[in-house]
Design a protein around this ligand. Structure first.
Ligand code: ZN
Length: 163
């Protein structure tokens, strides 16, 4: 197991649609172990492969009691609405309030390649949506109005300089 460096905004891989996961082998398991370790090390609740520079449709999460690996994730159902702060390890976890559906149903493959469906509400649903977005080359700030998006980017650049 190893902690991998986090890929940060505006690295190109974060804006690319990920390639499908096709090999459900030992290498994928090792990659997911590394992703969990990297996520916990940074006190995150979810991490997608593009965030460690790998252009794959894959994420791990451990959020609000929902711990899973999702390969080739899709959101197949959403409903309701929630509003709350959201942040991203690729943007120094600078929070922005972002409305999201309160319920989301995820369809994905596990480490063995078996398809599963999982429902979540609240924070875990937000995590499903945020991480699946990463697999589609989307960041949470892409959902924000331009002015608020630019404010987050400005804050992020400032924090990077202070580090
Ligand atoms: Zn993120």
């Amino acid at each position: 197991m190893a902690i991998r460096p986090i890929t940060e905004y505006p690295e190109g891989v974060l804006a690319k649609v990920g390639k499908p996961v096709t090999e459900f082998d030992e290498k994928l398991k090792e990659l997911c172990d590394d992703m969990f370790e990297t996520m916990y090390n940074d006190e995150g609740v979810g991490l997608a492969a593009p965030q460690i520079g790998i252009n794959l449709r894959l994420f791990v999460m451990d959020c609000d009691g929902v711990k899973l690996v999702a390969a080739n994730p899709e959101i197949i159902e959403t409903s309701g609405e929630q509003s709350g702060p959201e942040g991203c390890l690729s943007l120094e976890k600078i929070p922005a309030v972002l409305p999201r559906p309160n319920f989301a149903k995820l369809r994905a493959q596990d480490l063995e390649g078996k398809w599963f469906e999982k429902e979540a509400e609240g924070y875990a649903a937000r995590c499903f949506l945020h991480e699946t977005d990463h697999c589609d080359g989307k960041l949470f700030i892409d959902h924000l109005p331009k002015m608020r998006r630019e404010m987050i980017i400005k804050k992020f650049k400032k924090e990077k300089k202070l580090r």
